[in-house]
Design a protein around this ligand. Structure first.
Ligand code: ZN
Ligand code: ZN
Length: 238
């Protein structure tokens, strides 16, 4: 399986990431990516750029070094209803949003609440991808998660950073295997994201590809093998 799109990357606009958009693009070109998503953290996460960062992304060229730049944001799920912090006016020109739980800001109390949280965020038409839901710090029943994703035409992320040695997320390998099995059962498409906070991680999916191969996960359900496929899949949800 060849991955051509990295849907989740961060730049220096997020204060705990260390490479520029241009450096990420150069790394993406080297890794053979057709496209990357610039999905910096949205406020109120610590060190996130201001709202204007997201409203002004049309300043970034659509294609840099042969790599298509998709405009995105990683939004924070803020409560048990899956509420997101950024208002629609700052998101309307983005290609897509990822919604994630960051326990620094909010963490659901248990698996029941975890499902509510994700299902609530998925109802937002701008949320095309749920970010790193395998993190055991945010407990959720993966079958229920996949069912909600199937109902709302939302993609589930396979986050390569979660699988890398030293990840602060918990129980990621075993949980991601369960999550992928559930996605397969419910016909849910997955999106690969490096979640790079430094350019050398952009477009690198060694750990994720190894897990997908171990599980013999069907390539048809991987959204990231071409930009056209990814666009068509996120376009289903309007
Ligand atoms: Zn995140
Ligand atoms: Zn991220």
């Amino acid at each position: 399986m060849i991955i051509r799109l990295d849907a989740h990357t961060h730049t220096v606009a997020s204060d705990h990431a260390y490479s520029t958009a241009l450096e990420n693009c150069a790394a993406a070109a080297k890794a053979g990516m057709e496209a990357i998503g610039m999905t910096d953290h949205a406020p109120p996460l610590y060190g996130a750029p201001s709202k204007l960062h997201f409203a002004n992304l049309n300043a970034v060229d659509r294609e840099v070094l042969g790599v298509t730049m998709l405009r995105g944001a990683e939004l924070n799920i803020m409560d048990a209803n899956g509420s997101l912090f950024l208002k629609d006016e700052f998101l309307k020109d983005l290609d897509y949003c990822i919604a994630s739980v960051h326990p620094l800001l909010y963490a659901p109390a248990g698996a029941g609440e975890g499902l509510w949280v994700y299902a609530g965020a998925m109802k937002n038409p701008r949320v095309k991808i749920i970010g790193h839901p395998e993190d055991a710090r945010v407990p959720v029943d993966f079958d229920e998660l996949a069912r909600a994703a199937s109902d709302t035409l939302t993609l589930i992320e396979v986050n390569n950073s979660s699988l890398r040695a030293g990840s602060y997320r918990m129980n990621t390998h075993a949980n991601m295997a369960k999550m992928l099995r559930a996605c397969e059962r419910h016909g849910v498409f997955v999106s690969l994201g490096s979640d790079a906070h430094f350019a050398t991680a952009v477009g690198r999916f060694g750990e994720a590809l190894q897990l997908l191969s171990e599980l013999d996960f069907p390539e048809e359900l991987v959204a990231s093998t071409s930009l056209d496929k990814f666009r068509a899949l996120i376009g289903r949800k309007a």
